[in-house]
Design a protein around this ligand. Structure first.
Ligand SMILES: Cc1cc2nc3c(=O)[nH]c(=O)nc-3n(C[C@H](O)[C@H](O)[C@H](O)COP(=O)(O)OP(=O)(O)OC[C@H]3O[C@@H](n4cnc5c(N)ncnc54)[C@H](O)[C@@H]3O)c2cc1C
Length: 372
């Protein structure tokens, strides 16, 4: 995908790359592109979807690397970026010096067109982060099950148990939410699931990606100094840590997801409203825990306040937490659901991992998360 230019990534309307109509052939309406892209990942791909300005506005175009006659298209790679992580994915800066590209969809409707792909890549970010979170927790559990300090295995030390259980809860909740979004995307002919897709795409992308970086840092600490070192088996922890923030930045950074949630709530949704759909989703866990009931009951009144942009992140976070709790009620044992509600919804929690209240059944949570 080639969207981001120097002057705008979130606000792609600022794109300046020009597409001039150049006739019609077997591939459809052909255009000539002149301009640049500041981020252009995986430039070795056979083809790209790019945005460029036509007289009708921002338009989506299919840009092959090699033209039908076998010659290279006029895509000039200026340089590859030197990034914090994500090294295996080359990200380039490019210029188009009269490149040929073909119209996708309608002229002037490029953003809507490319966002169809954007919804799926946002799901990728949520799923990928949930996967990295699970890998981090597995590595932390594996290490602490074998390393001893002060006369015991680390996994047997009460404070380490609290950390591991807290990480395991976060990871399971992330997995549940990411897979819930995947289910909604799989069932788009169901009107209820279409509403869930609309609301959960920004919510899951925002919240899971935000939590991923924090979780990776704490899981790294479980490995002690070796977690911070790039070499050896433990080196994978450092790589995960460097990768995590990226899923939060690309495909719509945190604020952009929060603003997208507010837009979804304002526009409601066809064939029922998003507020009603969320209420029905959360009703599946109603009555199971008073903390959850209170938390879920307070959400709808906040949807009306969705005009206040500065509330966007809080609302995205709280919808995520409520949906995660309802999913854990359905798909996890009670000790997971209860600990999640007490800490994440009830406020009986600190501001770092490892601060679960002592009444939580940390042994059972750890046993459930332990890799076999
Ligand atoms: C490794 C990597 C690979 C990438 N690969 C590609 C690629 O292949 N193709 C591609 O098109 N792009 C790619 N990107 C670009 C990426 O999608 C953008 O960087 C991202 O969308 C943010 O755009 P920006 O960098 O211009 O930041 P900006 O749009 O300037 O945003 C900066 C910050 O401001 C916030 N912000 C923006 N608007 C508002 C607002 N109205 N209210 C509040 N806050 C706001 C954003 O949330 C963000 O935190 C890649 C980025 C990275 C890091």
């Amino acid at each position: 995908m080639g969207m981001t230019e120097k002057q705008g990534g979130s606000d792609v309307r600022a794109n300046t790359t020009q597409a001039r109509h150049d006739g019609r052939d077997a591939w459809g309406e052909r255009y000539t592109l002149v301009g640049h892209k500041w981020f252009f990942s995986a430039p070795m791909c056979d083809a790209f979807l790019v945005l460029a300005q036509t007289p009708a506005g921002l338009t989506c175009l299919f840009l092959p690397r090699v033209l039908p006659d076998g010659t290279l298209n006029a895509i000039r790679i200026q340089r590859l970026k030197d990034k914090l992580g994500n090294k295996a994915n080359a990200s380039s800066e490019v210029e188009f010096t009269g490149a040929s590209a073909w119209l996708v969809g309608e002229e002037g409707r490029g953003v809507q067109q490319i966002l169809e792909m954007g919804t799926l890549t946002r799901l990728d970010c949520a799923l990928g982060t949930a996967g990295l979170m699970r890998q981090s927790v597995s590595l932390a559990l594996h290490h602490t099950s074998q390393r001893a300090a002060f006369g015991k295995k680390l996994v047997e030390q009460p404070l380490m148990k609290n950390v591991l259980a807290d990480l395991a809860l976060e990871s399971e909740a992330a997995t549940a939410l990411a897979l819930r979004l995947a289910r909604a995307i799989d069932r788009q002919d169901d009107p209820f699931e279409a509403l869930m897709r609309r609301v959960l795409t920004p919510v899951a992308k925002f919240w899971i990606c935000k939590r991923g970086s924090h979780l990776a840092q704490e899981a790294m600490e479980c490995l002690g100094g070796n977690g911070y070192v790039e070499e050896g088996g433990e080196g994978v922890m450092a790589r995960i840590y460097r990768e995590m923030p990226l899923n939060s930045i690309w495909e719509g950074a945190g604020n952009i997801m929060a603003l997208d949630l507010l837009r979804a709530l304002r526009h409601g949704g066809k064939g029922g409203t998003i507020a009603e759909a969320l209420a029905a989703e959360l009703a599946t866990a109603r009555g199971a825990n008073p903390v959850f009931d209170r938390f879920a009951a307070r959400l709808p009144e906040r949807f009306d306040a969705a005009v206040d942009e500065s509330e966007g992140r809080r609302l995205a976070q709280d919808i995520a937490l409520a949906v995660q709790a309802s999913l854990l009620r359905r798909h996890a044992p009670d000790f997971v659901f209860e600990a999640f509600c007490a800490s994440r919804l009830g406020g009986d929690w600190g501001q770092a991992f490892g601060t679960l209240p002592s009444r939580c059944d940390v042994d059972s949570i750890i046993a459930r998360a332990m890799p076999h």
